[in-house]
Ligand binder design. Structure first.
Ligand code: CMP
Length: 156
């Protein structure tokens, strides 16, 4: 009975966020290490696929940055090799994922965060994570159909 209530409560508060392991981290064989940071923090991987973004996909995904000076380079970088797109689930998943990722610029990220440990520079920063629940929903639906996501059924 207690287990049932714990399960119901965790399902009620579970949130989903969107994550990308970027080309630099995929190329340097860091997928496993990065997933370990995420899972150890309490996030569950409920959908994942390795894809090679087309220029059109990268342009649309990062359209919010289209007037920034780094936009063209960002699109070139994000299409330079395969990326792992994924959906992470857990309590406060959006905020938790951002905490585990660390600051955008790896040089400013706290020790022990993914970007501090695996990022190279502000562009090649190993991972992307949604910055709000609203954007998480948009970004998840950009890459995944509902049937490709497998919400966590583990009782904690
Ligand atoms: P991400 O979290 O994917 O969101 C936008 C991306 O743009 C960011 O990570 C970096 O890869 C990149 N980016 C942000 N700011 C800069 C910058 N000043 N110069 C180059 N790239 C940047």
């Amino acid at each position: 009975m207690i287990k049932f209530f714990l399960f119901a409560a965790s399902a009620l508060f579970a949130e989903q966020t969107f994550s990308i392991i970027k080309p630099d981290a995929v190329e340097s064989n860091k997928i496993g290490d990065i997933e370990s940071y995420l899972e150890t923090s309490g996030l569950n991987i409920v959908a994942a696929k390795l894809i090679h973004l087309t220029p059109e996909q990268a342009q649309e995904f990062y359209a919010v940055h289209k007037d920034r000076p780094f936009y063209k380079d960002l699109v070139a970088y994000m299409t330079s090799g395969p990326v792992l797109v994924q959906v992470l689930e857990g309590e406060d998943a959006v905020a938790l994922n951002r905490k585990v990722m660390g600051s955008t610029n790896p040089k400013e990220a706290s020790a022990g965060t993914i970007r501090a440990d695996f990022g190279t520079d502000i562009q090649r920063n190993a991972v992307h994570g949604s910055d709000s629940l609203e954007n998480a929903k948009k970004e998840i639906s950009f890459f995944f159909k509902p049937e490709e996501i497998h919400p966590c059924t583990k009782s904690k």
